[in-house]
Write a protein that binds this ligand. Structure first.
Ligand code: EPU
Length: 417
């Protein structure tokens, strides 16, 4: 298994280009199931999770061709409605094929995603939403089976905003008979990107990006070209890395409108953040101010940036309270940061008190999930000595060429095979 070795202490300087967003690409690629023809994607990030969804679509019978951040999916040859355990267990987002399969074929069987490092992450709202659209749902031998002649539009209320749940139901409702209304829907930029693509395909969707999305079902969707939006979490990760190392980094090809919460919080730590069109320049400050953070559904502060900000707070002046309100077990990185000399205590499972220390010390640490691995890379960049991070396959799921990008910014970082 690959490891990442970092010799800390370099200030990051230079320019970095942001890749396409993993969490936008996954539902968009799943939406190609709805089309009896070709869907072409550009700006597709080269990631393990993208390979996983591609393999899953190929297993369903779709034809995929890819090269250099380009992917073409032909859904006309899909001849299987079962997403198997071995493919789904690698990536929870595989649940995104459930809505499109049942909408187009009236029948789908998808392995129930198993446990997850960051929380239980049930899919009950995906299932009750499909039931509201008329699907008959059963769970047997670890598989969800959804059967419906034709889905029928209906009102769906989410107990809490769910990103992939909203995406699954929005895709399913595009081919349902009649009108569906999703209430308390998630409002993330990835939802808007999916709605825009579906509208381009011929779907009738209003209100994406607000808590109420209305979808008027259509008979079929057609072939289109889709460009994946920039990754707001990768953008935020480089912003925090620039601030933590007291560097000066120009981040190009990003979408500042998608990261208002991250920009505000980073400015509050004392960093300078300059925005010009699709670029963000972050200049660090030798004295980082401590701030408090509470993760919330968009447009609140993203849970996917909590770990990276925790690393920044380990070397801030004063105390910081970090409240993780989305997932119940998303502080595993805190234990690794403790091994690097951070001062963190966790109360009631989801509130962390971080007391700033002068310096982190290098150590051997282990990544537990995708964003935790990014927080450990940032910790390695600021720590004294040589940090070795194991289990970086978590990072490869969601960051395209991360060590190459950091290396171009002057970091002393390498992958050990
Ligand atoms: N939830 C339920 N029941 C459901 C669905 C969700 O109780 O049926 C709960 C979850 O357990 C969680 C909350 O609702 O407590 C919100 O979860 P959500 O469904 O929004 O998360 P997700 O759709 O599974 C996506 C991202 C995650 C990101 C979260 C929150 C994708 C592929 N994944 O997950 O991304 O953390 O939204 O923003 O879009 C990552 O990229 O590292 C990552 C984990």
């Amino acid at each position: 298994m690959d490891k990442i070795k970092i010799i800390g202490g370099q200030k990051l300087h230079g320019e970095v280009k942001i890749s396409g967003a993993k969490n936008a690409a996954l539902p968009l690629i799943a939406s190609s199931i709805l089309v009896n023809g070709k869907t072409c994607f550009t700006n597709v990030p080269d990631l393990m999770d993208i390979s996983s969804i591609k393999l899953l679509l190929e297993d369903l019978g779709a034809t995929c061709e890819s090269s250099d951040n380009y992917l073409e999916v032909n859904g006309s040859s899909i001849n299987k409605i079962e997403a198997e355990y071995d493919l789904v267990r690698k990536m929870r987002a595989s649940i995104l094929v459930l809505g499109p399969l049942v909408a187009r074929f009236g029948h789908a069987k998808v392995s129930l995603p198993g446990g997850c490092a960051i929380g239980a992450r049930p899919v009950n709202m995906h299932l009750s939403g499909l039931e509201a659209l008329g699907a008959n749902i059963s769970i047997e031998h670890g598989y969800i089976e959804a059967k419906a002649g034709k889905l029928i539009g209906n009102e769906i209320y989410f107990d809490m905003p769910t990103v992939t749940g909203t995406e699954n139901l929005m895709m399913a409702a595009t081919l349902a008979k009649g009108t569906s209304v999703l209430r308390n829907a998630a409002r993330e930029p990835e939802i808007v990107a999916l709605a825009d693509a579906l509208i381009k395909m011929g779907a009738k969707i209003h209100g994406a990006g607000t808590a109420i999305i209305t979808i008027e079902g259509v008979k079929e969707l057609s072939s289109v070209d889709i460009e994946i939006i920039p990754d707001r979490i990768e953008t935020g990760t480089f912003m925090v890395a620039a601030a933590a190392t007291n560097g000066d980094v120009l981040i190009k090809g990003c979408e500042p409108d998608h990261i208002g919460g991250i920009i505000s919080k980073l400015k509050a730590t004392g960093s300078r953040v300059e925005i010009v069109a699709d670029t963000i320049r972050v200049k660090g400050n030798s004295s980082i101010k401590s701030i408090d953070i509470k993760t919330l559904p968009y447009p609140g502060f993203p849970t996917d940036m909590q770990a990276q900000f925790m690393t920044l707070m380990t070397i801030a002046k004063g105390n910081s309270v970090i409240h993780e309100s989305i997932f119940e077990n998303r502080f595993v990185h805190a234990n690794e940061l403790l091994r690097m000399g951070a001062d963190i205590s966790i109360s009631s499972g989801n509130i962390a008190m971080v007391r700033g220390v002068k310096k982190l010390q290098a150590a051997q640490v282990m990544a537990s999930d995708l964003r935790a691995s990014a927080s450990l890379v940032i910790a390695g960049l600021i720590a004294e000595g040589t940090t070795v991070i194991s289990r970086v396959y978590h990072m490869d799921r969601g960051y395209e060429g991360i060590e190459k990008k950091f290396s171009l910014l002057g970091a002393n970082i390498e992958r050990i095979k």
